[in-house]
Design a protein around this ligand. Structure first.
Ligand code: NAI
Length: 335
């Protein structure tokens, strides 16, 4: 079980208020794909139940020497997956292959779709009440796959299934703060839509604190945020995609989920979830997190958009729709 006192961050997403989790409470988190590029640094930030099909023993032995209170347990291979998931409150899934230069996230579909399907089936069987954080790409399709699997198992709770888009927010905050010389901790940019190319839409007009951008700056920042993953893939030149910044972002989303589970009534994050804020079944937006998962979708962010943002929302819908349909089609064909 993860002792909350070992949480990596105790700061709300606004970055201003200190909030310490109840030191008595303890929650269990599992990382599936824990020996990977994202899994390992994430496991360092959130020591817990680690599962991978390879190399997880060494990761767990290594982490177990840290003098932090969280227990770390390792599980490997399909026969140990159920034990890894029993009693778990939050399941994080960064299992699967990452991009190489020249690849889109959708190019990962053929391999990652099956991995996510298999893992979510096990989640449905062993911890159907858990929050599920899907990191494996293409998130725009793997989340609809997870939803279909959970429906087939009769345990789908749309409030507890999340596509992790926190890295898009982390990147947007960083780039805006750099460009405008703001204190990083003050900046918060909502990012909506999905998690690939033009479906990633930072709402720069809703930046907090309020900032004035020229049209040129808006376009430049939007495109940079949309292509930031590719920037890393190219810089790593074949050695994978974002892992450290992703682990940082995933740890933030886990921490927010644990605070919500613990009764903090002021937890907001962006995530890709079942939604009715746009006329698509899944959409990323700001959400309020509570003990039961998504407590509210913050649809007001989609009101009063600039013309640039409105056009971008319209432009992303077709791509997002087809990614969703591809995921649903895959899961239904397999059932
Ligand atoms: P990696 O290849 O370094 O690690 C993946 C791990 O998953 C490996 O240890 C592998 O053994 C494991 N794995 C494969 N099949 C498995 C299974 N059936 N059960 C359990 N574990 C399994 O890849 P990396 O860099 O950690 O990326 C993982 C995924 O995260 C990729 O799909 C990547 O595209 C995605 N990603 C998502 C981001 C987001 O913002 N949502 C950002 C960056 C990456």
């Amino acid at each position: 079980a993860l002792q909350n006192s070992s949480s990596p961050r105790s700061v709300k997403s606004t970055g201003r208020t200190q909030y310490h989790l109840n030191p008595q409470a303890s929650y269990k988190v599992a990382i599936l794909g824990a020996a990977g590029g994202i899994g390992q640094p994430l496991a360092l930030l959130v020591k817990i139940n680690l599962y991978d099909i390879a190399n997880v023993k060494g990761v767990a032995a290594d982490l177990s020497h840290c003098n932090t209170p969280a227990q770390v347990s390792d599980f490997t291979g399909p026969s140990e997956l159920a034990d890894c998931l029993k009693g778990v409150n939050v399941v994080v899934i960064p299992a699967g292959v990452p991009r190489k230069p020249g690849m889109t996230r959708d190019d990962l579909f053929n391999i990652n779709a099956s991995i996510v399907k298999t893992l979510v089936e096990a989640v449905a069987d062993n911890c159907p009440e858990a929050f599920i954080h899907v990191i494996s790409n293409p998130v725009n399709s793997t989340v609809p796959i997870a939803a279909e699997v959970l429906k087939q198992k009769g345990v789908y709770d749309p409030k507890k299934l999340f596509g992790v888009t926190t890295l898009d927010v982390v990147r947007a905050n960083t780039f805006v703060a750099q460009k405008k010389n703001l204190r990083l901790i003050d900046v918060d940019v909502p990012v909506i839509g999905g998690h690939a190319g033009i479906t990633i839409l930072p709402l720069l007009s809703k930046t907090k604190p309020s900032v004035c951008f020229t049209d040129e700056e808006i376009h430049e920042l939007t495109v940079r945020i949309q292509n930031a993953g590719t920037e890393v893939v190219e810089a790593k030149a074949g050695a994978g995609s974002a892992t450290l910044s992703m682990a940082y972002a995933a740890a933030r989303f886990v921490e927010s989920s644990l605070r919500a589970l613990d009764g903090d009534g002021d937890v907001y994050e962006c995530a890709y979830v079942q939604s009715d804020v746009a006329d698509l079944p899944f959409f990323a937006s700001r959400i309020k997190l509570g003990k039961k998962g998504v407590e509210a979708l913050i649809s007001s962010d989609l009101q009063g958009l600039t013309e640039y943002e409105q056009k971008a929302v319209e432009a992303l819908k077709a791509e997002l729709k087809s990614s969703i349909e591809k995921g649903v089609g895959f899961a239904q064909k397999q059932s």
